[in-house]
Write a protein that binds this ligand. Sequence first.
Ligand SMILES: Cc1cc2nc3c(=O)[nH]c(=O)nc-3n(C[C@H](O)[C@H](O)[C@H](O)COP(=O)(O)OP(=O)(O)OC[C@H]3O[C@@H](n4cnc5c(N)ncnc54)[C@H](O)[C@@H]3O)c2cc1C
Length: 455
Amino acid sequence: MNSSTEKITIIGAGLNGPLLAILLRQRGFAVEIYERRPDMRRVRLSAGRSINLALSTRGIYALQQAGLWERMRSIIIPMRGRMMHSTSGELTFQPYGKDETEVINSISRAELNIALVNAAEEHGAAIRFNQRCTGYDLKTGALRLRDQKTRKETLQQGGVVIGCDGSASAIRSEMLKLNRFDFSQQYLGYGYKELTIPAGAGGKHLLETNALHIWPRGNLMLIALPNIDGTFACILFLPFEGKDSFTSITTQSQIRDFFEARFPDAIRLMPQLADNYFANPTGSMVTIKCSPWHVAGRSLLLGDAAHAIVPFFGQGLNCGFEDCTRLTSLLDRNGPGWESVFREFESERKVNTDAIADMAVENFVEMRDRVADSGFLFRKKVELALEDRYPRRFVPKYAMVTFHRVPYSVAMARGTVQERILAELCGSANRVEDLDWKKAEQLIQRDLAPLELPQ
Ligand SMILES: Cc1cc2nc3c(=O)[nH]c(=O)nc-3n(C[C@H](O)[C@H](O)[C@H](O)COP(=O)(O)OP(=O)(O)OC[C@H]3O[C@@H](n4cnc5c(N)ncnc54)[C@H](O)[C@@H]3O)c2cc1C
């Protein structure tokens, strides 16, 4: 196969589709993308689609590989830690990492999407908007596409087809019809709603700029991420059913009363709260696992289409971007022998995407509940102290996932060992100075081999 003549069709111009297109164009492939939505550079976003994302090391690495990171710097805001808001308005700041280099970056989904789509076109990828994939013949490779404006359907021969069409993937739906296709989807009993804190006078942020703000309230939570225009993109997470849920809050006065009781400092900054709440859709959150991700060297699933995860580790996009760089590095090593590249890709990635899927669900409990707990905050301090003393052996799980490109499965396995070590050390101390350092040395040398940190 010749990369300069071989056609690759990508379904979906969300976040992974255009990034993958750039990496493939850099390698000389002809790339065409079909996207069901209109071109977001020309048509205003529908409400509820502008949620911010936390971009971290894996995503940044991929943007660097695509030559785009420098361009993104003007549209990101580094967040150095979590700012917890108690019901009485007390603030507690907890840094994410050991120093100023360990930050996560707030970026608007829409701005990132537009930048990626622009760059994919600049690299020579053809993007066809308003084209919904309504079917795909896995045997012949024929794609059925419906023009969303004219409703006309056409058949196209797609070459190699990569489904980057998100958690409700049409390509995956076709694979589901195959014998022995493994598939599971697990919804959380919680939904989310996008809300906004407007900018203050002169476009100033009304809360600390360089932080991810969290209002943890047991089984519910509000978060806010800063935007470059001075606003904050907020997400309210609530159960679907029961008391204080999306089902029970149905009037303007109910949502105001609820915020007054649970998030009193936030409601003062949200004059449009009730309007936003009722205008924006309620999203659901799902974990999807499936296998195989590929068929006959002709089609592949990537990103959320292969492994949708819940957002509580801020990794869905970062993980999808890592898919793109891993796939292209396998291509660089093996050449476009698609079947073997796809097989190796899934065998390397699946164990890792399963791991981040599980860690993301676990992190939900941590974010909505445990971050406000003094024992939890103490353990975080101890983790940083241990990392300081044993930088190659004890790296906090959050840091392995967020600030390094350690395989997710390794981060999860080491995280479990580290939890046990922390439980032993923190049981008998309330201050970092009182830790039993001799025991720490023993446990760490015994249970944690030096960690390889990919550069
Ligand atoms: C509330 C929330 C917060 C999140 N926060 C973070 C975060 O902080 N950090 C992080 O890393 N990740 C985060 N994520 C996850 C991240 O948004 C996803 O992992 C990422 O968008 C996946 O990219 P994708 O390209 O695979 O899919 P998508 O972004 O969903 O894009 C899929 C594209 O395919 C198109 N499409 C779908 N079906 C068809 C079809 N049949 N034909 C043609 N086109 C089609 C869609 O219109 C869309 O443009 C969050 C997710 C949610 C829901």
